[in-house]
Design a protein around this ligand. Structure first.
Ligand SMILES: NC(=O)c1ccc[n+]([C@@H]2O[C@H](COP(=O)([O-])OP(=O)(O)OC[C@H]3O[C@@H](n4cnc5c(N)ncnc54)[C@H](O)[C@@H]3O)[C@@H](O)[C@H]2O)c1
Length: 454
């Protein structure tokens, strides 16, 4: 559909309320008159009776959050937990009961015939190996983001998914949210006109936010399977900081871009149907958290998206600041020639700019008031036409929706919402930011052929 006709459609839908915009209008502020708040809702149908038996591999912060959300989806049971630190296995037994199977070796989980699906919530440098082994063992896989640790690893995960024909889903939960779905629908309906720019950021300002996690007192080479943790990376002596704060080190983590930009890529690609940028450039520095880490704490990425059948050409600017005195916040904004959308997981704020006569121009003013030039009534600035879409009360959130989608894909034997190909295309530009930063060069990427061009 042409841009003009999608725009016309949108306007028609606005007028008739089909776009869901006139369902529950509520005036925002006295001056506005054009501002509304709308409710977004979801009507989840719960699936068939068959229980899906799930195992968690990597039972740290996100692993537990994943498992706790997963088991709130009806018909899902957690039966096994794998981790390399005894403290986490003990915690898992406390939370899920002593009859749960626990191990340090994920291959023991994969051998079990009674397990249908696994969550891979280990540090990034283990995602590829465990995901591929799990798919080869016939398990459905929910793998945390970023899908891989290095851009060269992605194709093997895509191949394993295709060959094994199992469900594979990456854990960028935002794209399953009501907010992302609404943004996608609004963009397609022409709500902001023709997209030309997008921006996003993550602002943090705390030790925890900057990855200085607490190191448990009993974390040592007896309670931790250090050798296994290292995988193929240099076999160095036990270092609690590297184990518990792995994000700070290039061998195990993927820097702020792999950790955080990747969420914004997943959402943006979902909303725009994009396969990814063709040019990637990053700069930044280690400004404050100089604790031995190997990656920057302030990073900016610039990305060039060429025109494709799915979207016009646009630019993207992303930023992470771990020393940000403004406030702890996250942000994704899409800008078109007729307006913009701020996209959150539970809210979308759509602003459409009104065109009005430039009556400040004295020539134009005289013309407009030629019959009575002395009685010139100056026109007012009009507020932008703003609509806020909020989720309705009781919304279970993006994380629940993402697991619901994962288990639905397993039950209905279909591709997941964020399969290996999508996950690779979201991870690649984030990982290439690191390459650009460390080599001090822009990187050219072919998002269709999934190849670094130069
Ligand atoms: N989707 C999100 O919003 C989100 C949020 C936070 C983290 N994450 C992702 O989740 C993953 C885990 O992050 P985290 O914050 O939970 O880290 P964490 O350090 O809290 O937990 C990682 C756990 O994995 C275990 N582990 C390491 N290697 C293992 C192996 N080979 N087999 C089994 N267990 C192993 C560690 O012992 C540790 O308990 C990362 O990939 C991260 O990017 C996603």
């Amino acid at each position: 559909m042409s841009n003009q006709s999608t725009r016309r459609n949108f306007i028609r839908k606005m007028a008739t309320g089909v776009a869901g915009m006139a369902l529950a209008p509520e005036v925002m502020g006295a001056a506005g008159g054009n501002n509304r708040i709308e409710e977004l809702s979801r009507n989840n149908k719960y699936g068939p009776a068959d229980t899906i038996r799930l195992a968690l591999i990597g039972a740290g912060g996100m692993g537990l959050a994943d498992a706790n959300t997963a088991i709130t989806v009806p018909g899902v049971k957690l039966v096994a937990v794998c981790d390399l630190y005894e403290g986490r296995l003990a915690d898992a037994r406390k939370i899920y009961g002593n009859d749960i199977f626990t191990t340090r070796d994920y291959k023991e989980i994969l051998q079990r015939k009674d397990i249908d699906a696994v969550i891979v919530a280990t540090p990034d440098h283990w995602h590829k190996d465990i995901s591929i082994d799990a798919m080869n063992a016939g398990k459905a896989v929910y793998c945390e983001k970023p899908m891989v640790h290095d851009v060269s690893e992605g194709a093997a995960v895509v191949e394993a998914q295709n060959r094994n024909k199992v469900v594979f889903q990456v854990g960028s939960q935002g794209l399953s949210s009501l907010g992302n779905e609404k943004a996608k629908e609004l963009l397609a309906a022409g709500a902001i006109g023709k997209l030309n720019y997008a921006e996003g950021f993550w602002a943090r300002n705390s030790p925890e936010g900057a990855w200085q996690y607490r190191i448990p007192e009993d974390g040592n080479d007896k309670t931790v399977d250090w050798k296994r943790f290292l995988n193929k990376y240099p076999q160095i002596p036990f270092d609690a900081k590297r184990f518990f704060r792995w994000r700070c080190y290039k061998d195990y983590g993927t820097g702020v871009s792999g950790d955080l930009f990747v969420h914004l890529f997943s959402s943006l690609h979902f909303i725009t149907n994009s396969k990814g940028p063709q040019k990637i450039m990053a700069m930044g520095g280690l400004r404050f958290w100089k604790d031995g880490r190997e990656v920057p704490d302030v990073l900016m990425g610039m990305f060039d998206y060429a025109e494709t059948p799915e979207h016009p050409a646009f630019n993207l600017s992303l930023r992470v600041n771990f020393v940000d005195g403004t406030a702890d916040s996250t942000y994704l904004r899409l800008v078109g020639n007729e307006g913009s959308m701020n996209v959150e997981w539970d809210r979308v704020t759509l602003t459409r700019n009104k065109a009005y006569a430039a009556t400040d121009d004295p020539l134009l003013a005289t013309k407009l008031n030629k019959d009575n030039p002395l009685n010139y009534e100056r026109k007012k600035m009009l507020p932008p036409d703003t609509t806020v879409f909020n989720v309705e009360k009781g919304y279970k959130g993006a994380h629940f929706d993402h697991f619901f989608n994962f288990f639905t894909a397993i039950r209905e034997k279909k591709l997941s919402v964020e399969d290996a190909l999508f996950g690779y295309r979201a991870a690649a530009p984030a990982l290439l930011c690191n390459d650009s930063y460390f080599t001090n060069k822009p990187v050219l990427w072919d998002p269709v052929k999934l190849k670094v061009v130069s």
